[in-house]
Design a protein around this ligand. Structure first.
Ligand code: BV8
Length: 230
C-alpha cells in the first residue's frame, strides 16, 4: 500500500477565490508580509494585524472547496491513514471537502491562541475588539497562525511521515517558505517518488522527479484517479 504525503499551499485554494500570497506581487491584500505575518509586526500595530486576519476569517464564509480539495478527500476515502495532507494554508477548505487526516503546519484562521494561558480555541468571529479567552478570561487572544520566525506546528509528525512516504506530492505552493519548501528533499532522500502540481514551476521544481504545470482543479483529480488505479 502506498504511503502518500501531500503538501498544499495557497495555490490549491486559489480557484475557490482565496487570494494567494505571492501572486499579488508580494503585497498580501495591500500589506507587506513583515507588517502582518511576524510577531514584530503584531507588536508594532496589533489592531492592524487583528483586522487583517479578521477580514480573511470573514472571507472564508464566502468560499467553497474546489475540485482539487474534493479529489483529495475522495482519495482519503480509499486510502485512509495512508494519505496525510500537510497544508501551509490556514483556511478550512480541506476539512470542508471531507478530508480528516490534515496537519495545518502554519496554524488555522478559525482558531484563536491565548497569549496568557497558551490555549487555542475555535474562533469564527473577530479579534479586533480584544475579546476574553474562553478558558482563562484574559483579553490577550491572537490569531492561531504561525508567523515568520515562529516554529511551525507538528514538525516531528511531519518529518516522520516524510521518512515513511512512498510518494510526496506538492500542490499549489511557490516553494519559497521553509521548512515546507525543504520537505521534497527530505522525502526524496528517503526514497519517495516526488511530484509537483503547480500553475508555474516553483522555486524547488528541480528537486522533483516529475513536475506538471496547470490549475490544481484540473491536475489534482487526474492524479488522484491515477493513484486509485495504481
Ligand atoms: C521557521 C502565516 C524555524 C499564516 C506564513 C532565509 C533563508 C531560508 C529560510 C529563512 C531565511 N530567513 C528566515 C527563514 C525562515 C522563514 C522563511 O522560510 N522565510 C522565507 C521568506 C525565506 N520561515 C519561517 O520563519 C518559518 N519558521 O523557520 O522556524 C524552524 C524550522 C524548522 C523546524 C523548527 C523551527 C515559519 C514560516 C511560516 C510563515 N507564515 N503564513 C498566514 O497568514 O497565512 S507563510 C505564507 O507563505 C503563507 O501563509 C503560505 O503558507 C506560505 C507559502 O506560500 P504558498 O502557500 O506557497 O503561496 P504562494 O502565494 O507563495 O504560492 C502560490 C503558488 O500557487 C504559486 O506557485 C502559484 O503559481 C500557484 N498557483 C496559483 N494559482 C494556482 C496555483 N497552482 C495551482 N492551481 C492554481 N489555480
Amino acid at each position: 500500500m502506498p504511503q502518500i504525503v501531500v503538501l498544499t499551499g495557497a495555490g490549491i485554494s486559489a480557484e475557490s477565490g482565496v487570494p494567494t500570497f505571492r501572486d499579488a506581487d508580494g503585497l498580501w491584500e495591500g500589506h507587506h508580509v513583515e507588517d502582518v505575518a511576524t510577531p514584530e509586526g503584531f507588536a508594532r500595530d496589533r489592531s492592524m494585524v487583528q483586522r487583517f486576519y479578521d477580514e480573511r476569517r470573514a472571507a472564508l464564509l464566502n468560499v467553497e472547496p474546489n475540485p482539487a480539495h474534493l479529489a483529495l478527500a475522495e482519495l482519503e476515502q480509499t486510502m485512509g491513514e495512508a494519505l496525510l495532507i500537510v497544508t501551509q494554508n490556514i483556511d478550512d477548505l480541506h476539512e470542508r471537502a471531507g478530508s480528516r487526516n490534515v496537519i495545518h503546519m502554519h496554524g488555522e484562521l478559525l482558531k484563536a491562541l491565548c497569549q496568557s494561558c497558551g490555549s487555542a480555541s475555535t474562533w469564527d468571529s473577530t479579534l479586533l475588539d480584544e475579546p476574553a479567552c474562553p478558558l482563562c478570561g484574559v483579553h490577550e487572544l491572537r490569531p492561531d497562525v504561525v508567523w515568520f520566525g515562529e516554529v511551525p506546528y507538528e514538525m516531528d509528525r511531519i518529518t516522520d511521515a516524510l521518512a515513511d512516504a512512498t510518494h510526496f506530492v506538492s500542490i499549489g505552493t511557490s516553494g519559497a517558505v521553509y521548512p515546507a519548501a525543504g520537505f521534497v528533499q527530505h522525502a526524496r532522500r528517503h526514497g519517495a517518488r516526488t511530484l509537483e502540481l503547480n500553475l508555474d514551476p516553483s522555486e524547488g521544481s528541480h528537486f522533483f522527479h516529475e513536475s506538471r504545470q496547470g490549475r490544481a482543479g484540473d491536475l489534482v483529480p487526474v492524479w488522484t484517479r491515477e493513484m486509485l488505479w495504481h
